[in-house]
Design a protein around this ligand. Structure first.
Ligand SMILES: CC(C)(COP(=O)(O)OP(=O)(O)OC[C@H]1O[C@@H](n2cnc3c(N)ncnc32)[C@H](O)[C@@H]1OP(=O)(O)O)[C@@H](O)C(=O)NCCC(=O)NCCS
Length: 283
């Protein structure tokens, strides 16, 4: 029957879940997002079918900056190293170029050599490196600290604050939101705020970080002006005591590697640190 590249269907679910449940030691998030991705009005889920089986998947999300965010690439272990990931990516990228998309981005953990090699082979190049710090939220809670964080909704104020942060200039506006990197400008900020897709955590006239509203399990907090451990404790307090996200056991912060002094924080033993390579393809 050979190889077919196509959009995913409901009937692919069982087979895809069977090989994506344990991609890594800790498992994988694909089973949790499958239903949302299949019905995503702002994205498309593709599969590579070999001999009637959906042996590889790739999700393309259409972001507000008109870029395409590629994520969730998985190839069944028994079908790896046959060029399937390469051809699936090519198929998706070429189709989307024909639809007018010009910028494609991905984020890859620094230890994932197969994926980095694949991205380079496809023509992607590194645009930035970010760090993630993950810890149990209980490690950071400090009820004695001020937790008066507030939400700002005034676009001018938010835009001025964001633009003036070191993170904004270091990353040239390419900020992480819900594990997708998007080029922020005032219009995008307006749209995100209008659609209630952005939560800004500020405290003492500082914009500590941004995140997406809601209780998604793998939510990351993008640090903007947080400077030290105490700022991270304030954010943790805010999420736990004010937003009442008591069920969250872990908390994860992300920021550009170039950012000092935050880059010294991983030395605190409470954090598990990882490095994320953000890559881009422009046509
Ligand atoms: C990464 C992954 C998608 C690659 O799928 P694949 O179908 O085996 O990749 P391909 O056969 O198309 O390989 C294309 C290129 O990728 C690179 N590559 C793939 N596997 C590699 C490996 N094990 N070691 C080094 N490079 C590798 C090579 O550059 C290769 O080109 P080459 O064959 O000319 O050397 C697959 O290993 C996988 O599903 N891994 C687990 C999930 C994952 O890491 N997803 C990506 C998250 S960002």
């Amino acid at each position: 029957m050979g190889e077919i590249y196509r959009l995913a269907r409901d009937t692919d679910r069982e087979f895809v879940i069977s090989f994506t449940r344990n991609t890594w030691e800790w498992g994988d998030y694909i089973p949790q997002v499958w239903n949302d991705w299949l019905r995503d009005p702002r994205g498309r889920l593709y599969v590579a079918e070999v001999d009637g089986k959906p042996v590889a998947i790739l999700h393309a999300a259409f972001l507000l900056d008109n870029s395409v965010w590629l994520e969730g690439l998985r190839v069944h272990p028994e079908y790896r190293r046959r060029g399937i990931a390469y051809r699936l990516n090519k198929y998706v990228i070429e189709n989307l170029i024909n639809e007018g998309y010009r910028v494609f981005r991905i984020a890859i953990m620094h230890w994932n050599t197969p994926s980095i090699n694949l991205a380079k082979k496809l023509g992607f190049y590194e645009v930035d490196t970010w760090l993630s710090l993950e810890t149990k939220i209980g490690n950071l809670l400090a009820p004695q600290l001020e937790t008066i964080c507030f939400l700002i909704e005034d676009i001018e104020e938010v835009w001025n604050l964001i633009q003036r942060t070191d993170v904004y200039s270091l990353s040239q506006g390419l900020l992480c939101l819900d594990w997708k990197w998007i080029k922020f400008d005032k219009e995008i900020l307006k749209q995100l705020l209008r659609e209630r897709k952005l939560e800004i955590i500020s405290c003492r006239e500082n914009i500590l970080g941004i995140t997406t509203p809601g209780k998604t399990r793998y939510k990351a907090i993008t640090l903007l002006k947080a400077q030290n451990l105490e700022d991270l404790q304030v954010i943790a307090n805010y999420l736990h005591f004010v937003k009442k996200l008591e069920k969250r056991t872990t908390i994860e912060f992300v920021f550009p590697e170039k950012l000092r002094p935050l880059a010294t924080l991983p030395k605190q033993t409470i954090f598990e640190q990882d490095k994320i390579i953000v890559m881009e393809l422009k046509v």
